[in-house]
Design a protein around this ligand. Sequence first.
Ligand SMILES: Nc1ncnc2c1ncn2[C@@H]1O[C@H](COP(=O)(O)OP(=O)(O)OP(=O)(O)O)[C@@H](O)[C@H]1O
Ligand SMILES: [Mg+2]
Length: 268
Amino acid sequence: MGNLIEIKGVRHAYRTASGPLPVLDGLELSVPEGGFVAVVGPSGCGKSTLTRLIAGLMTPDEGEVWLHGARVTSPRATVGMAFQNPVLLEWRTILKNVLLPLEIVPTKLTKKQAEERARHLLNLVGLSGFEDKRPSELSGGMRQRASLCRALIHQPEVLILDEPFGALDAFTREDLWQIMHALKAEEPFTGVLITHDLRESIFLADEVVVLSGRPARTQYVLDVAVKGARDIDHLYTPEAAEMLNVLRHQIAIAQGRELPATTRRAAQ
Ligand SMILES: Nc1ncnc2c1ncn2[C@@H]1O[C@H](COP(=O)(O)OP(=O)(O)OP(=O)(O)O)[C@@H](O)[C@H]1O
Ligand SMILES: [Mg+2]
């Protein structure tokens, strides 16, 4: 129970040759166990920085990052990550790529159990029969599906997705959205999704957090009306249209194109 991820008052500046670059300024974010939160915001506002903080790859100048009741101060093995460019190793088969994290993170699984688990995940994402192929023999969408399996193989508590579907065509992207819901139903995880795609955010997440322009703070939180698995039809409802409008407006504010005074609240 309670929040699995808790980010409180986080401030951070990168040290650059031309002086400090403030990136995060008063970031607040909480994700309940089993929840799925999408983070949207202008390019360069600090979203990938946020993912590094959650994974413990860096610590903030100020504020706190908590994961499952423990302060995050070093890299966490209980976090799985997938990025826009699925970096799969060409000299390993798809199955061996999926198994890679288990060679790094301690596991209780025997070799046989681990392989069964990898095959099961590949089956869930529709990649049965491709276990022995090399990454270059797969399409971009298939590679991304394999990288999702790799991110989940060690049953991470948190799955962080940093624009994982950004490079895919619209149809493949929608397929992967549905695969994400199927994966989550079978392999419950707590998710943080960074995306530029507002439709994606309301299709996948329970809550959408809009970050302001750099230095980013939490500007707006939208509660998505439909929870859990949903189908593409939900994107064509009046409720979805209203949510997308609200988010578009918030992004315009974050980019400094509109004034916050005209802020409207999400339809409830
Ligand atoms: N290691 C670093 N050292 C210095 N500056 C950095 C570093 N990493 C990121 N930055 C700067 O911090 C800012 C935020 O970067 P970040 O990658 O978090 O943004 P983002 O919101 O993920 O952007 P995008 O939407 O384009 O992926 C950018 O201005 C970037 O140039
Ligand atoms: Mg980024």
